[in-house]
Design a protein around this ligand. Structure first.
Ligand code: F0G
Length: 464
């Protein structure tokens, strides 16, 4: 199976290829990002997406139950006995009428892809299943990542369940929500808290991984992105294999958006879809590198020849201003996205747009998602806030079919949720007011009543 797959440098002027069983996070010739590529003629790709419906569901096979490996034929870099699963990707495409109204879309036009249903509570498990599979292929014994919390929770969970690798995680100090930190600690990962933010932790983990020969599972690892392609296959499946008009996704390190672009470009190339959807990547306003570079400074993929000077200049300006990312959506509090260029490629493939949304918009959108049940963490709600903005600009039409990706579970960051709904003004100010959030537009406040039966009944009758 492995000979059908190889790794290739994404730079148009380089394009160097590498064997699948090498553990690399950059091209050794020019330093650009790497893709996993397939010789689709030998890979026996499916003739129709419907083949995934019949062959998999009735099987007792553990791999067939995985929302990633059900689609193995679209990421055929390993043989079946090498595949690792902990039950990832059994996620749901929700029809969300109330959120559709909030966004300004017609009935039945908005869908939420709920990735919080993964074993570790975020979309990261899709990519981790693929990264652990590749780590096994190259004989790795320790895996590491820098994280705003979800990658580390996913790595720690896979390491603890499979016992295949030791997990080392790097986090910025005070930058990770307790829901996520509690996972890494409970699952037993070696947790290194460094004085700095995510971008600092990312720099350090790359140095450490390279010095100690540790397998890196951040989304700079091209195999992570292979697993995350399956989120799009499940979206298509949920829509009866019809392509939506828009995919809207939060942007942090830009792994998801990159993998979605790759998924659609491959499906199109294989003749499995007849058009690609448009892609909207949504930054938090306090961590808006992609928005700044793409929408303001007009940095483009340019068929593999991006003007890298534009990004280099911007990063120098950030350094000079000692500017750090700052948003309540801590998962996407990132200023130097490692997948910038792959994301630019996805934006070209999918005729994409980028928007930024404020913390106020994120939290209001989050409360609307929560009111529909299941809920999400702040970063995920950036997709809904972004869809609302694009709808009000008229970029998304009211008849468009839109899918927003809900990347992480509501319980990942309970502080933000409780602070939004609280009656305690000090708590609100401390957690949200300090970030420029002025009001909780859709707060569902707890009512305080004395411990007295009549008073309790009176209160319920008054408020219900
Ligand atoms: N949403 C959530 C809940 C995330 O945890 C992340 C990234 C993103 C969105 C952004 O996704 O990087 O693919 O653009 N979290 C990483 C982490 C950085 O360390 O857990 P992206």
């Amino acid at each position: 199976m492995t000979e059908v797959a190889f790794q290739r440098c994404i730079s148009a002027s380089c394009g160097q290829t590498f064997a699948i069983n090498e553990a690399l996070v950059a091209c050794s010739d020019c330093g650009s990002l790497l893709d996993v590529q397939y010789d689709w003629d030998s890979a026996k790709s499916p003739r129709s997406l419907r083949e995934f419906e019949t062959s998999n569901f009735e099987s007792q096979n553990r791999l067939a139950q995985s929302g990633v490996w059900r689609f193995h034929r679209l990421l055929p870099f390993a043989s079946p006995e090498q595949l690792v699963t902990i039950g990832e990707g059994k996620t749901l495409l929700q029809h969300a009428e109330q959120v559709a109204q909030y966004v300004g879309l017609g009935s039945g036009q908005l869908h939420l892809q709920y990735e919080g249903m993964n074993p570790s509570g975020s979309f990261k498990d899709n990519g981790m299943a693929a990264a652990f599979t590749h780590a096994g292929m190259v004989g790795a014994t320790t895996a590491a990542c820098a994280s705003t919390g979800n990658t580390s929770a996913s790595l720690a969970a896979f390491a603890a369940v499979t016992r295949a690798l030791k997990a080392v995680i790097f986090i910025g100090s005070g930058k990770i929500s307790y829901g996520k930190l509690s996972q890494a600690l409970d699952y037993g990962a070696l947790t290194v808290q460094i004085a700095g933010d995510f971008d600092d932790a990312m720099d350090r983990v790359r140095e450490v991984a390279s010095q100690l020969g540790i397998y890196l599972v951040n989304s700079i690892n091209p195999f992570r992105l292979e697993g995350q392609k399956t989120i799009m296959y499940r979206v298509l499946e949920g829509l009866g294999w019809e392509v939506p008009d828009w995919i809207v996704v939060p942007g942090g390190n830009l792994g998801n958006s990159s993998s979605f672009g790759k998924a659609f470009s491959e499906l199109y190339q294989l003749g499995l879809i007849d058009r690609v959807p448009r892609l909207a990547v949504i930054n938090a306003a306090g961590a808006n590198t992609l928005f700044e570079l793409y929408e303001n400074r007009k940095l483009r993929w340019n068929d593999g020849n991006p003007d890298t000077q534009i990004a280099d200049d911007y990063y120098r300006e950030l350094d000079e201003a000692q500017s750090c990312a700052e948003t309540i959506a801590s998962a996407i509090e990132i200023n130097r996205p490692v997948n910038l260029y792959k994301c630019l490629r996805a934006l070209q493939v999918c005729n994409g747009v980028v928007r930024e949304v404020t913390d106020q918009e994120i939290l209001d959108a989050k409360s609307q998602v929560g009111a529909g049940g299941l809920g999400c963490e702040p970063a995920s709600a950036a997709s809904v806030a972004g869809a609302k903005q694009l709808r009000s600009e008229g970029v998304i039409a009211d008849s468009d079919r839109v899918v927003c990706i809900l990347t992480g579970h509501l319980l990942k960051d309970p502080d933000a949720t409780v602070a939004y709904h609280t009656t305690d003004q000090d708590m609100f100010n401390q957690i949200l007011g300090s970030r420029g959030v002025q009001r909780a537009s859709f707060a569902n406040r707890a009512i305080a009543v004395p411990n007295d039966l009549d008073e309790i009944i009176k209160a319920i009758q008054l408020y219900s």
